[in-house]
Design a protein around this ligand. Structure first.
Ligand code: C5P
Length: 217
């Protein structure tokens, strides 16, 4: 059976970088579940589907053709179009967080996430990987950091990508998103009871990777 390592936590905790490095190190598949919610946010914006139209969004979720290409640089294709850069926008994350609070939409995206479970193993990164999507995962991590540290990291990340960014706006956005993700009724952002809790505020990415790898090995 495939082994699953789930890495959940709030935005900007370093889950993406850590998960990718670990998946590369172990030769496992990688699921970036946030990118699936973000892609759906782009799809409904592109198709002009209203945020209140649950039926329309569910239909779009089931119909969208989403591909993750792992070359030297990761590329994400939505219905054949490269959406990699659009996915990273704060506005995309914000819309994603709004639609992610709707149970029917989460249910519609479940299968797409389960499809990533392939041999020899999977590193699944998100908010509810260890609690809802892969509750039987063998290894579970909850990775967090202070809101200030996460805002700084996201700011640097966007700047590196050449995207215009404002630290105060990012901090406010992260706090708003944390609150919405933690307080929603369905699949709120909470550590699984059997997750190992890591606060990475004062840790380097390499230290976090080492600590998580030591759990799995
Ligand atoms: O992780 P990322 O910032 O890309 O996720 C964007 C948004 O998608 C999050 O703020 C969250 O609301 C939602 N999300 C979720 N469940 C996941 C992954 C992401 O609700 N497993």
């Amino acid at each position: 059976m495939e082994t699953v390592l789930t890495i959940d936590g709030p935005s900007g905790a370093g889950k993406g970088t850590v998960s990718r490095l670990i998946a590369g190190e172990l030769g496992w598949n990688y699921l970036d579940s946030g990118a699936i919610y973000r892609a759906l946010a782009l799809e409904i914006t592109e198709k002009d589907i209203e945020h209140g139209s649950i039926e329309g969004i569910v239909e779009a979720a089931l119909a969208m053709d989403l591909r993750f290409e792992c070359g030297e640089e990761r590329a994400v294709l939505l219905n054949g179009n490269d959406i990699t850069d659009l996915l990273a926008l704060e506005s995309t994350g914000n819309t994603a967080s709004k639609i992610a609070a709707i149970p029917e939409i989460r249910a519609a995206l479940l299968q797409k996430q389960h499809d990533f479970l392939q041999a020899p193993g999977l590193v699944a990164d998100g908010r509810d990987m260890g609690t809802v999507v892969f509750p039987d995962a063998k290894f579970k991590v909850f990775l967090t950091a202070s809101a200030e540290e996460r805002a700084q990291r996201r700011y640097k990340q966007l700047k590196l990508k050449g995207i215009d960014a404002n630290l105060a706006a990012i901090t406010a956005d992260i706090q708003e998103r944390d609150q919405r993700d933690s307080e929603r009724q369905i699949s709120p952002l909470v550590p699984a009871v059997d997750a190992v809790y890591i606060d990475s505020s004062a840790m380097s990415i390499q230290d976090v990777v080492k600590e998580v790898l030591s759990l799995v090995r």
